[in-house]
Design a binder for this molecule. Structure first.
Ligand code: 5GP
Ligand code: MG
Length: 188
């Protein structure tokens, strides 16, 4: 693949990603069941499951994950920018779209591609909590342990990775490489 010339290494091959996404999908589904969320009856007042996916990075992950979850669910997209353009350092969080405003009493699953400084998820968790959802859980594909300046503990983590700038499987550098099917380290 031509993209690969720009990578110094492939951190996680696509098959390993797929296997892990499969596992997490089942874990989330089981946890909903155990928590008594009536996921088979969306008419029941406390059964509404809402996935909030952070765009654009979580796009590929969410697309695969929801197909591993045999659950009646709603999907909402929010756009947040934290690494504008070619920057690889977090410059703070900016909401580019509004959150849905009808989350009270719902079971929210917040999904992002990667937990780095924690700013993005911390900000979103705060805003979502204000609406008093019945539950709020957070899922990330990747986490850079030790990096979080803010205490954010996602319930579901795909992989802990070293502190390197990664691309692929939805993650970009200046808009590129989102379509690479694994997780790769960019050659610098
Ligand atoms: P945080 O707010 O936790 O610092 O950053 C989270 C956001 O920064 C992620 O949603 C992602 O968009 C971006 N980000 C953090 N680390 C990386 C990385 O290694 N590669 C890419 N492509 N984006 C990253
Ligand atoms: Mg992001």
């Amino acid at each position: 693949m031509a993209l690969q010339r720009d990578f110094s290494s492939i951190l996680i091959e696509r098959d390993r990603v797929a296997q892990r996404v499969h596992e997490i999908g089942h874990q989330i589904t089981n946890d909903f069941r155990r928590a008594g969320v009536n996921i088979d009856d969306p008419q029941s007042p406390d059964s509404r499951v809402v996935i909030i996916a952070v765009m654009t990075g979580a796009m590929v992950f969410v697309a695969d994950l929801i197909r591993e979850m045999p659950v009646k669910l709603h999907i909402e997209l929010v756009a947040v920018s934290s690494y504008p353009g070619t920057s690889v350092e977090s410059k703070g969080v900016k909401m580019k779209t509004a959150l849905p405003s009808d989350l009270a009493g719902t079971h929210v699953l917040l999904i992002d591609d990667i937990l780095d400084s924690g700013q993005t998820l911390h900000a979103l968790q705060g805003l979502i909590s204000q609406q008093k959802p019945a539950s709020l859980r957070t899922c990330v594909l990747l986490r850079k342990p030790g990096k979080a300046k803010i205490d954010v503990k996602p319930e579901y983590v795909g992989f802990d990775i070293p502190d390197e700038f990664v691309v692929g499987y939805g993650l970009d550098y200046d808009g590129l490489y989102r379509n690479f099917p694994g997780i790769a380290v960019l050659r610098v």
